[in-house]
Design a binder for this molecule. Structure first.
Ligand SMILES: *Cc1c(COP(=O)(O)O)cnc(C)c1O
Length: 370
């Protein structure tokens, strides 16, 4: 049975590779790059993207939660995977699926040491997360002596990396804060170096950190949004290629007369004769309800068609009065970086949220020109 409703998210792997190589080109040789493929690779498709990047020599993948890593392992991904937000109950899966947990508190450190001892495992790789200003997760520099007392005594853990996360790498008004974060992170690295004899990796930069703070590349960088074509800044975004296009089609065209309404609760009432097009995509696919009543728009045959009435669960209706189109025509919700940025701006959000909000009901179609 076909699941095809005409709605699909196409994913251009050539564009993804372009972006991956763009970020690589910004790095000194030897600096590792971690593609961040959490949240279904920002709504794209984590498994297909991981399989593709694995062929292009990636050092690591980054995911947010352990179950995201488990799904990649079950799909055959062999590359090391770090899990940014490991939880106490996930630690057995970390071991069984060889996923490197990030350890950010004494509670999870103590628990992991116990779990590893119980299983008789030594030198299990982990990443230590430090809080340098985000104030969400992480140890502080003053915790270092106690952390390493526990790690050195138990021998069950090997610290693969020490890392932190920049708060405002995309915001030029916060340069001083970012520099302070980087300096504090440097102090943390130095303090860790005194505690362990083997080499470890240090990393703090995300996509914007890579382009805006070359001194913050350290040994490794973590690229999320940039891989998918967005760089928090038009100058850099223009150097990247758009990976995802969300498209649907016109299922029906209707003619509304003055006074006719559209959709639930009659939130659009025609002031004059209006031609509408109904599209098989709604909030259950990831079209935010905040796009209702003309806030959002779609593109049909190169023209913008604003939304009429409220976004429904499975449908939206758009105004095509001034657009030459017919039933069955392709409709783009977004097909360029500019459109997605404009939609995000109109609705007070960011590209990240629109991409990750596209639900699993929307089929993903991989495009790979060889
Ligand atoms: C999501 C995430 C990233 C990627 O950030 P982008 O701004 O998308 O490049 C990097 N590091 C951590 C810890 C993250 O959670």
């Amino acid at each position: 049975m076909s699941q095809d409703t005409g709605t699909l998210l196409s994913i251009d792997l050539n564009a993804l590779l372009h972006n991956f190589l763009f970020f690589k080109s910004k790095l000194q040789s030897g600096v590792k790059l971690v593609p961040v493929i959490k949240a279904f690779a920002y709504g794209h498709d984590a498994i297909d993207i991981a399989k593709y990047l694995e062929k292009h020599n990636v050092d690591y993948f980054g995911v947010a939660y352990t179950h995201e890593g488990v799904a990649l392992r079950k799909a055959g991904i062999k590359t090391p995977i770090m899990v940014f937000h490991s939880l106490i109950d996930d630690l057995n899966d970390s071991i069984d699926y060889q996923l490197e947990p990030n350890i950010y508190s004494f509670r999870i450190l103590n628990k992991f040491i116990d779990v590893l001892k119980e299983k008789g495992i030594n030198n299990f790789p982990i990443n230590l997360k430090f809080n340098t200003g985000m104030n969400r997760l992480g140890f502080l520099k003053d915790d270092i002596p106690l952390i390493f007392e526990k790690i050195t005594n138990s021998k069950v853990i090997r610290v693969n990396s020490v890392y932190s996360h920049l708060v405002a790498s995309d915001d030029s008004k916060e340069r001083n804060f970012t520099k302070k974060q980087i300096n504090y992170f440097n102090e943390i690295r130095e303090a860790v170096k005194k505690e362990i004899s083997y080499p470890f990796l240090s990393h703090i930069a995300n996509s914007s950190g890579i382009v805006n703070y070359p001194k913050a590349h350290f040994d490794m960088v973590r690229v999320g949004i940039g891989l998918y074509g967005y760089a928090n800044n038009p100058k850099w975004t223009s150097k990247l290629k758009n990976v995802a296009k969300l498209q649907t089609l016109i299922s029906q065209i209707q003619v509304l007369n003055k006074g006719d309404s559209v959709g639930y609760n009659r939130r659009f009432i025609a002031k004059e004769k209006t031609i509408s097009a109904t599209l098989p995509i709604g909030y259950a696919d990831g079209i935010p309800r905040t796009w209702s009543r003309g806030v959002g728009f779609v593109s049909i045959n190169g023209k913008k068609a604003p939304l009429l009435g409220n976004v429904c669960m499975d449908m939206i209706v758009v105004d095509v009065t001034n657009i030459n189109c017919k039933e069955g025509d392709v409709v783009y919700i977004f097909d360029t970086q500019e459109t997605l940025e404009e939609l995000a701006k109109n609705t007070g959000t960011i590209s990240y949220e629109i991409l990750t909000a596209i639900t699993q009901r929307v089929p993903r179609r991989i495009v790979l020109l060889t």
